[in-house]
Design a protein around this ligand. Structure first.
Ligand code: ADP
Length: 319
């Protein structure tokens, strides 16, 4: 069996994306899609160049250093490969949207100027449609996402360059373009299944920045994280760190902190210390997170002073 003829095109598409980050969890329901979407929004707000007051905005636009300007222009993408349970469209407020095709491929759906997403959810007739696929078909869709999505669609400054530099099936025939998307967060299904094997084997050719592993504080979830760690180590995927989600409870009325589960927090940090991994932070249980997801809005923009918003910021600072 010869080399996959689609690999050069996949590599060419992926060369436009600087950091490719897998979001993984051992169990379902620990908040992986929520975390992926809200982290995507947190990244996008940080890089959108909007400052807290207008005066600061003007100062930035006129006198900002080149580093500041670069920071302001960063693009973020979310790729949802949780094929059987795609919740990213709803959480990003994009339910009912569908994908458009151009001569350059499938265009992702835009949430804001610098945040876009691709999900099988955009290809289904309705949010309640079930996807009942075996491994090879899932592998085919993941390959199609990597090969056919034009992540540069919607980025105006790129249009001219794209016209001149049409995608070639053989990447060696065209100049290697510089990355356009700075961060791509990839929401994966729980566990280590066909989807993980597919994405890792395709992305390996063009480089994976690493994986963020998500757990809740409970021992059952922590045990499964050990399996994710073992998968990443076997597959040579760097582990960027572990995030503890639903750690403690923040009362939305009084913003007081309580511990409602046992253990309420601490297990992920201890695991990181034991295994020499980076602890990326604890996101508390906050009912407003669920509400923001149901409404399809950014939690961090809605509640900028909340402990969870600070926790999302800490994750960005530490990866
Ligand atoms: P997964 O993708 O791991 O299956 P989801 O992201 O669908 O999990 O989250 C499961 C449920 O938990 C959702 O109802 C979501 O709103 C809620 N949730 C996730 N994280 C938090 C949090 N930190 N605080 C409150 N609710 C949360």
């Amino acid at each position: 069996k010869g080399p996959d003829p689609d690999l050069p095109l996949i590599q060419q598409r992926m060369s436009r994306i600087k950091h490719k980050i897998l979001i993984m969890s051992g169990k379902g329901g620990v908040g992986k899609s929520t975390f992926t979407a809200q982290l995507g929004w947190a990244f996008s707000s940080r890089f959108s160049g909007h400052f807290e007051d207008e005066e600061e905005d003007i100062k930035h636009a006129t006198n900002g250093s080149s580093a500041q300007k670069e920071e302001a222009e960063k693009q973020v993408a979310i790729m949802d490969i949780d094929i059987c349970g795609p919740s990213i469209p709803t959480i990003l407020g994009l339910a009912g949207q569908s994908i458009h095709s151009t001569s350059q491929g499938w265009s992702p759906v835009y949430v804001s100027d610098n945040l876009c997403a691709m999900s099988i959810g955009f290809l289904l007739p309705s949010a309640s449609s079930a996807v009942i696929w075996r491994g090879p078909k899932k592998n085919g869709l993941i390959k199609q996402f990597l090969k056919d999505v034009d992540w540069t669609a919607g980025l105006e400054e790129e249009e001219e360059e794209q016209e001149q530099n049409k995608l070639q099936p053989d990447s060696s025939q065209s100049a290697s373009p510089s990355p356009l998307i700075d961060y791509m967060l990839i929401d994966t299904p729980p566990g280590t299944s066909d989807e993980h094997l597919s994405i890792v084997s395709y992305l390996k050719q063009s480089g994976i920045t690493g994986a963020i592993l998500l757990t809740t504080p409970q021992e059952v979830s922590l045990q499964d994280v050990r399996k994710e760690i073992s998968f990443c180590r076997k597959m040579d995927v760097p582990i960027l760190g572990i995030v503890e989600n639903m750690a403690g409870f923040v009362c939305p009325s009084c913003t007081g902190y309580s511990e409602i589960f046992y253990p309420s927090t601490g297990g992920a940090k201890a695991l990181c210390e034991e295994l020499g991994l980076t602890f990326l932070g604890s996101i508390p249980l906050d009912p407003r997170i669920g509400k923001s997801c149901d409404l399809g809005v950014s939690f961090c923009d809605e509640y900028p002073d909340s402990p969870a918003t600070k926790a999302y910021g800490d994750v960005i600072d530490r990866i």
